[in-house]
Each structure stands twice: as structure tokens, then as C-alpha cells.
Design a protein around this ligand. Structure first.
Ligand SMILES: [Zn+2]
Length: 252
């Protein structure tokens, strides 16, 4: 259910490639209720200020150690209201998100429903150990599913409801620690709001990393910021080379 809705006229959506109609500027995919906020919260906040954004969450995080599905749904709603985005839960089972054709078609249907210009998803490959929270198998499976689904959503004759839609690009968050991001977004201006956003996921923030989760999330952003000469930054992977024009050489 989309519980927070904004009029489309408020933020002009741009043109897609398949039919020309986009209903959302940005669509995030998350395996768990806190993924987008913990993984790319600063970018999400900045995007939501200018663009129409929704977050699709595959599971309710019911296998996690802290919180219940009901609590996690409420926390997700609070975070979405604070950021000013729409959200919808799908009914995947936590720890059972599987990369297969059937699930990819289910996600493709969601892409056709929301018709985003840009998609954000957890990165699809991460060989880190179980000590690295980012490498949860549901995260990587979600990334793989989204990669396939974005392709299926374009095919006019795919067995899918809705009009074909081609998102312009997939930007991956939850970059593996052993990989350099290909894109760094300066989130310094959102830094003061990040704690409020993360605090919405109280059941997690109070308990994960022995209560030091916020500190960890901020320090990773500080470290990425140092790479780019700014206070706080978030890193992303874009798999295809990015096309720029000569003016952009002076902006990046
Ligand atoms: Zn997660």
C-alpha cells in the first residue's frame, strides 16, 4: 500500500525511454525496512527535497533480532513521512529473498507501476563475511532481482501487467567495503537530518552495534567525505560508464 501520496504536479516527473511517461523520479528498492535509510539516507533526503521518491521494501525484517513486523512497518512509515516519500511493502519473507525469474517479474511489475526515471537498489554482489551487515544475502538478491526486473519491465511482450517502462539508470547503494564507489554524493547538507531519519528506526538504532550504529553510519560517511573533500558523503556504484559533456569536467 502506498500510504503517503503526493500530487504528481508538485514535482514534475521527467521522460522515460519506453513510453515517455514517468510517475516517479526515483524508486528505491530495499530488502529490509531500514536499508535505504541506513544505506543511502543522506541521498534519499536530498533527492526527496526536489523529486518524487518512493521506497519499495521487499520484507518486513521479521527474521531480525530486534523489533516485530508491526513495529518495523510503523518505523518505516515515520521515516517516509520525515523524508517526504511514498513507500510500499511487498510480501517477500525475510531471509528468503530469492533471485529467480518469477520474483524478477514481480519486481518488474512494481517498476511498471511506479515508472521511475532512476532506480536505487542494494548492490547485487558482495563476498564479504557475515560480519559485514551490508552483505546480507537478501540485499544482494534484491540487487540481482532489480537488475533483471529493470530489463523485463522494458519488454512490451513480457508477461507483465502495465505498460512497458525503461528506467534510465540503476544506481547501487550498499557498496561492498572492498570496492571503491564509482559515484560519491556529497550529503553534508543532509547530515543534521540524518540522525532524525535513522532515529525513526528506533528498534534497530537502539540495539544494533551495541547502540553505536549511528556513530558507525556517520563515520563511514565521514570517511567517504574525506575521499571527495567534503564533510559527509555516500558512495554508489553505477556499472556503465557515465556520459558527460565538457562542462561537467569542471563540475566533478
Ligand atoms: Zn537489510
Amino acid at each position: 500500500m502506498v500510504s503517503v501520496k503526493k500530487p504528481l504536479t508538485e514535482k514534475e516527473p521527467g521522460k522515460g525511454q519506453a513510453s515517455g511517461r514517468c510517475d516517479y523520479d526515483v524508486l528505491f528498492f530495499s530488502a529490509h525496512p531500514d536499508d535505504a535509510e541506513f544505506g543511502a539516507g543522506g541521498t534519499l533526503l536530498l533527492l526527496a527535497k526536489k523529486f518524487k521518491v518512493a521506497n519499495i521494501i521487499l520484507t518486513r525484517g521479521e527474521a531480525g533480532t530486534y523489533g516485530t513486523p508491526e513495529i518495523r512497518e510503523k518505523e518505516t512509515g515515520s521515516a517516509a513521512r520525515l523524508a517526504g516519500i511514498d513507500f510500499e511493502f511487498l510480501d517477500f519473507r525475510d531471509n528468503f529473498v530469492e533471485d529467480n525469474a518469477e520474483n524478477a517479474h514481480m519486481i518488474a511489475h512494481v517498476i511498471r507501476k511506479y515508472r521511475p526515471r532512476i532506480i536505487f537498489a542494494p548492490y547485487h554482489t558482495n563476498s564479504s563475511s557475515h560480519l559485514d551487515g551490508v552483505s546480507h544475502p537478501d540485499h544482494t538478491a534484491t540487487g540481482s532481482l532489480v537488475l533483471k526486473a529493470a530489463r523485463f519491465a522494458k519488454f512490451k511482450n513480457a508477461r507483465l501487467k502495465g505498460e512497458a517502462h525503461a528506467a534510465r539508470r540503476i544506481v547501487y547503494f550498499m557498496v561492498p567495503r572492498y570496492t571503491k564507489p564509482s559515484l560519491i554524493i556529497d550529503v553534508s547538507q543532509a547530515a543534521s537530518s540524518l540522525k532524525k531519519l535513522w532515529a525513526c528506526h528506533k528498534s534497530q538504532v537502539q540495539n544494533l552495534a551495541k547502540g553505536k550504529l549511528e556513530e558507525r553510519l556517520l563515520s563511514s560517511r565521514r570517511a567517504l567525505g574525506q575521499l571527495a573533500g567534503v564533510s559527509y558523503a555516500e558512495g554508489f556504484l553505477v556499472e556503465e560508464p557515465l556520459r558527460i559533456d565538457e562542462d561537467w569536467l569542471f563540475k566533478i
